[in-house]
Design a protein around this ligand. Sequence first.
Ligand code: NAP
Length: 244
Amino acid sequence: MVIDLTGRTALVTGASRGIGREIALALGAAGANVACVATNETLLGEVVAKIGKAIAIKCDVSKPPEVEAAVQKTVQTYGGLDILVNNAGVTRDNLLIRMKEEEWDTVLTVNLKAAFLFMKIASRPLLKSKCGRIINIASVAGIMGNLGQANYSASKGGLIAMTKSAAREYASRAICVNAVAPGFIRTDMSAKVDPAVVEQAVAAIPFKRMGEPAEIARAVLFLASDLASYVTGQVIVVDGGMAM
Ligand code: NAP
């Protein structure tokens, strides 16, 4: 079966760069209309131009009125919403003993609360869809924990637990709610990591390499498609064997 998302509408947060960009491109290539959400308008413009059937929505996902407006704009433009991908994420790494409250709050707000807001606000159009999908981008850190990432791991562990709760709540309406947990992927986020730490991390990955954003996008494409119609409440780990 070829994946065909023609006639469906997706909203992807953090679509301006990295993993979110590749997810937006993959969904667009499969025929979906794509609402691309992020704060960097220049980069969003480039992604939208590449997809064609897409709109750019400037939105800080940590601000509830902007989340509300983003969902509204998508529904107004395309008449509904079928696929929600909560991908926007940030890191503020620090050892727990030194971690500032602000570092905790920022990461929990962008990575976890924003996903809650999008799921809540988008629930009406998603409930009207005949093929509703919510896909949350978690991390292996949310499963294994990670040194210097108490805030980030907590946000991703929370995202996984929220995914499972939502899967139970939406099951009666046949909306599939799943998470993808990437390992170590080559993006701006991982470029901030100390090269010595990268080397050590790659050595511990059975595949002995970092993953590429497109490799995460393919798992999302599967979950967004009819191929995944009986898959819900799951976490697909895409990590070259890192967390097994
Ligand atoms: P990235 O290259 O740093 O991109 C992050 C994206 O999130 C950007 O598009 C950014 O857009 C958006 N974003 C951040 N804060 C935002 C805000 N307040 N409002 C709106 N958009 C915001 O990161 P990435 O590596 O692609 O990560 C994507 C997701 O995968 C994240 O959830 C991350 O935790 C997860 N992940 C990544 C890795 C990895 O190794 N890279 C591993 C596991 C999980 P703007 O800058 O335009 O606002």
